[in-house]
Ligand binder design. Structure first.
Ligand SMILES: *[C@@H]1O[C@H](CO)[C@@H](O)[C@H](O)[C@H]1NC(C)=O
Ligand SMILES: *[C@@H]1O[C@H](CO)[C@@H](O)[C@H](O)[C@H]1NC(C)=O
Ligand SMILES: *[C@@H]1O[C@H](CO)[C@@H](O)[C@H](O)[C@H]1NC(C)=O
Ligand SMILES: *[C@@H]1O[C@H](CO)[C@@H](O)[C@H](O)[C@H]1NC(C)=O
Length: 444
């Protein structure tokens, strides 16, 4: 597709939005259903005109912005009609091809998440869409997403699930609009810091590796150390992202797995506790308290307006759990379909991690002067991107052994393992961005 912008200026969105929200107040506004039919009628006439009155060569050129308009309008109508819809509850429904949206090789995802390239034979995990309870979640639209964040810097900060979602987002966007890689981690196995630009919309998307949000050394920066050997400084944010924080407009924070693995915690360089180190004399602080401290510090840093004077949107993503089952390469995550409603409930640990996020979001809003986070005045917003339930229900869609290229082409090596945590790209994690799109479009 070409480099042109959306077929209508962003201000028309705002007009739609204003009239739609004031119609609730009982003023003289056209009811939403009538509006939708008028749009349908208009589009049908326009289509008819295009199909009978223009030469075939130009039909595609005319149709593609038109279809985009329909898509954007549909996005708008369906999301505004569902203000009370919670995207966090729902079920996965069979929708052939729904998640077949991009070629992961072309947007340079981590090799270990590029399941199709790695030879994964059964790609049925791409044939499902998330059906929230009570509304329809519109499919991702690159142009609608970019229009919603025009001129802004969207930053993902966190662990490898934050990276998984960030890579999904750039793939979804890059499949539809021209882009440029601004910066890329020189180590292709890590992808710990990178930035992509979408110049037609002035949008940049970055990822910052910070698995504790706070400043961390040890395993967090050196793979060869044991899993629990992290040194985390709760009095400081991780330097790399904190240095750019002023220039971020939308910040998605996603952590959880690393605090569970264990760490030694410091305040002003004094050890104040640990998790997962039986040999240490300091207090056992667990994972929840340090996570709360890290969220608080980050939120206090981000709830002020950005350097550009714009209110920010901070999005806290909830925990996306792993699905390890058996102990051989082929049985570690063997399932081929999503769980059905009622088949898999959240574990207590998952519930606890989700409530930490909701509570810290609520506490940040209260510290920020109250409000429900709908961007009152110039204040920044904090939102929860609650993906835990929908992720729990997707035991399929992980790379499994196909984190390696053609894992069974030769003898299976003892060092080979399966990835039952991250999602294949494309895959279920694209849905995280479909929900993020709704969160961002809701802004004023
Ligand atoms: C939306 O939710 C609020 C609070 O739960 C409730 O008061 C309101 O009636 C709901 N509106 C609709 C249209 O369901
Ligand atoms: C993805 O793109 C790569 C490189 O352009 C190509 O070799 C590969 O066949 C494509 N894969 C699919 C599934 O289309
Ligand atoms: C990573 O940890 C290993 C094991 O302690 C150590 O030998 C190595 O020097 C460390 N690498 C870096 C870059 O610090
Ligand atoms: C760190 O120390 C400061 C000053 O003594 C104190 O206010 C703060 O609460 C401490 N933070 C943590 C996480 O213990």
């Amino acid at each position: 597709m070409g480099a042109h912008g959306p077929p209508h200026p962003p201000s028309s969105h705002n007009k739609h939005r204003t009239s739609s929200s004031s119609s609730k107040g009982g003023g003289f506004f056209v009811p939403r259903a009538v509006c939708a039919w008028l749009i349908v009628g208009f589009v049908a006439l326009a289509l008819l005109h295009v199909l009978c009155c223009t030469p075939p060569g130009t039909q595609e050129a005319v149709l593609s912005p038109l279809l985009q308009y329909v898509d954007d309008t549909y996005n708008f109508v369906s999301s505004s009609g569902a203000q009370n819809c919670s995207h966090s509850e729902g079920r996965w429904v069979y929708a052939p091809g729904h998640a077949r949206r991009y070629n992961a090789t072309e947007c340079g995802v981590k090799d270990s998440h590029n399941c199709i390239r790695n030879g994964l034979p059964d790609t049925g995990y791409l044939d499902w869409r998330w059906q929230p309870a009570g509304c329809r979640l519109p499919a991702f639209s690159a142009r609608a997403f970019l229009s919603a964040v025009r001129g802004e810097h969207v930053a993902f900060v966190g662990d490898s699930m934050a990276r998984n979602q960030a890579q999904s987002l750039v793939c979804l966007l890059a499949a539809a609009v021209p882009h440029r890689v601004v910066y890329r981690d020189p180590d292709p196995r890590k992808f710990n810091l990178w930035r992509w630009a979408f110049p037609a919309y002035g949008v940049t998307v970055s990822f910052y590796w910070a698995p504790f949000i706070a400043r961390a050394t040890g395993k967090a920066v050196n793979d060869s150390l044991p899993q629990n050997m992290n040194h985390v400084h709760l009095d400081a944010l991780d330097d790399r992202w904190a240095a750019d924080a002023d220039a971020m407009d939308v910040v998605v924070l996603a952590i959880g797995h690393w605090p569970l693995n264990g760490a030694i915690y410091y305040n002003n360089s004094v050890e104040i506790g640990h998790h997962g180190h039986q040999d240490r004399a300091s207090t056992r602080v667990g994972y929840a308290i340090p996570m709360r401290h890290a969220y608080r510090r980050a939120l206090d840093r981000l709830m002020v307006t950005s350097a550009a004077g714009r209110p920010r949107t901070v999005v806290l993503a909830t925990f996306s759990p792993a699905h390890f089952e058996g102990n051989t390469l082929t049985t570690m995550c063997p399932r081929k379909e999503p769980y059905k409603p009622g088949e898999k409930e959240l574990r207590d640990l998952e519930k606890e991690l989700v409530s930490i996020v909701y509570e810290e979001a609520e506490a940040a809003r209260a510290r920020n002067g109250g409000g429900d986070g709908d961007g009152v005045g110039s204040r920044s917003r904090v939102e929860v991107l609650d993906v835990t339930k929908l992720a729990v229900m997707r035991p399929d869609g992980h790379p499994g052994p196909y984190m390696h290229r053609d894992p069974f082409a030769h003898e299976v090596q003892p060092w080979m393992t399966a990835d039952c945590l991250h999602f294949c790209l494309p895959g279920p994690v694209d849905t995280f961005n479909e929900i993020l799109q709704q969160i961002l479009r809701k802004r004023r």
